[in-house]
Design a protein around this ligand. Structure first.
Ligand code: ZN
Length: 458
């Protein structure tokens, strides 16, 4: 293993042990521990960082390495330091010990995304120590609160300290898994949007001893949940899905089914670990995740609420979301009010950029003959805050060939999250190459700012 690889493994272990568990409450997280670890890591490198703390303990660290050419595009490496909670009983090992067993590093955050955050830090530090001066600015950002919407992280920074984290190009999570047997390496070029809603169900309260004929809000809510779960929304075949299916190298018949909006639902069960991802990649999804009704054991509830996690494909509007819910709920709608109007549209980055080119070249060095497979992520990452402003943001990494996308996804937020050391090595080596290529002090070919960038708004 290279020096960069060894440093990344060590830092990754420390960040896993830092256990910045984001439980969704303002006082959760504890990213200040991670920032302390990173500041120690950067000691003696000559690099100075700036920390922000929008709420006690919710700290982010930003280090900007000034480029030699003010007109050259800047590149930000944006890694979150928080992790999602664990269900300890489901783990075979201590999720916060950072143990290495048979070449595999275990722990919460090993792939989401402390591995990348550690690699970003190692690349930034090693280039500085070596005296490498990037052409454009290189920004290392270790950010808080990604796992709960980033309101103490990139969202806050975008609103309040854009000067710190702004860049012309961005790398963040997640990518690097292999697609199919052909050497395709996934790169996240965009992600679905969100439009969460809450259903408020109204029934008639009454005595639990005589339920017959009473409109129990819990019963109506249960029926609403069942209808939503059974509803089959129309499938949409995006260009990213087409690219992905082609990269899977399936037989012609299976591929045709996955690219046909009328047949894809029936083809899903044959996809194994990829089925959920395939469904989410081609549908606006509705997941009823919090259901509440009732206060007392002998009282029929007159009110119930159902919180819906709704993820939308590019091009879907507020009206589409409302229409989908009405279709699914049918006549139940007379007892239900749809609450909330939050709407974040899907985001996509172009792929005809010098950064994307640099990613391709880095991947071909370690997996010769491979090609990048641009993907639409079905969850959310900090990339969206940049893409919304027209800044290309890619989820990039390079994993060893034991990782197909299905396995990779299952470990995200799952039990026994872990990464093999070979993947840590591949990723940090590739990132080092990407930064050197993109920021080549002697290069001139890529010396233009992103043409996709929107004008800054006041
Ligand atoms: Zn993540």
């Amino acid at each position: 293993m290279s020096a960069l690889g060894r440093q990344t493994v060590e830092l990754l272990q420390q960040l896993i042990r830092g256990a910045a568990v984001n439980d969704g409450t303002p006082d959760g997280g504890g990213e200040h521990r991670q920032v302390a670890t990173l500041l120690r890591f950067f000691e003696g490198s000559g690099l100075d960082g700036i920390t922000v703390e929008p709420h006690p303990g919710r700290t982010s660290l930003i280090i900007r390495v000034e480029g030699s050419d003010a007109s050259a595009p800047s590149l930000a490496l944006v890694g979150h330091t928080d992790v999602v909670p664990v269900e300890a009983s489901g783990w075979s090992r201590d999720p916060f010990a950072g143990e290495i067993v048979d070449g595999v590093l275990w722990g919460r955050g090993a792939i989401d995304m402390l591995n990348l955050t550690a690699a970003y830090a190692v690349v930034t530090r090693s280039l500085a120590v070596e005296g490498f001066r990037p052409r454009g600015d290189l920004i290392f950002a270790a950010v808080a609160d990604e796992e709960n919407g980033s309101r103490f992280g990139v969202d806050w920074l975008t609103e309040n300290r854009l000067d710190l984290i702004d860049a012309d190009y961005v790398l963040t999570e997640s990518g690097g898994a292999h697609a199919g047997r052909s050497p395709g390496i996934t790169v996240m070029v965009g992600e679905k949007g969100g439009a969460g809603r809450r259903l408020r169900v109204t029934g008639t309260p009454g005595h639990g001893s005589a339920p017959w004929g009473v409109r129990n809000a819990a019963v109506i809510a249960a029926e609403a949940v069942t209808r939503l779960a059974r509803h089959r929304a129309a499938a949409v075949i995006t260009t990213q899905w087409q690219d992905y299916v082609r990269a899977l190298d399936l037989d012609e018949l299976s591929a045709a089914a996955l690219l046909d909006p009328d047949r894809i639902d029936d083809a899903l069960p044959r996809l194994g670990t990829l089925a959920g991802f395939a469904h989410a990649s081609t549908h606006t999804t509705v997941s009823p995740n919090i259901v509440r009704a009732g206060e007392k054991g002998n009282v029929i509830p007159g009110e119930a609420t159902v919180q819906l996690d709704i993820r939308i494909l590019p091009g879907v509007t507020r009206e589409d979301v409302e229409g989908l819910l009405r279709d699914a709920l049918g006549d139940l709608i007379e007892h239900i009010e749809i609450e909330g109007d939050w709407f974040g549209e899907a985001t996509l980055s172009p792929t005809d950029t010098p950064l994307f080119e640099a990613l391709g070249s880095a991947v071909r060095r370690v997996h010769p003959g491979s090609a990048l497979v641009p993907m639409l992520g079905v969850g959310g990452t900090d990339g969206r805050f940049y893409r919304r402003r027209g800044v290309p943001a890619y989820g990039f990494g390079v994993l060893s060939d034991r990782w197909d996308y299905g396995t990779f996804r299952r470990l995200f937020h799952g039990n026994d999250e872990r990464i093999d050391l070979a993947s840590v090595e591949l990723t940090v080596t590739a990132l080092d190459h990407v930064v050197r290529t993109f920021h080549d002090p002697h290069g001139g070919a890529h010396a233009h700012r992103s043409p996709h960038r929107k004008q800054a708004t006041a």
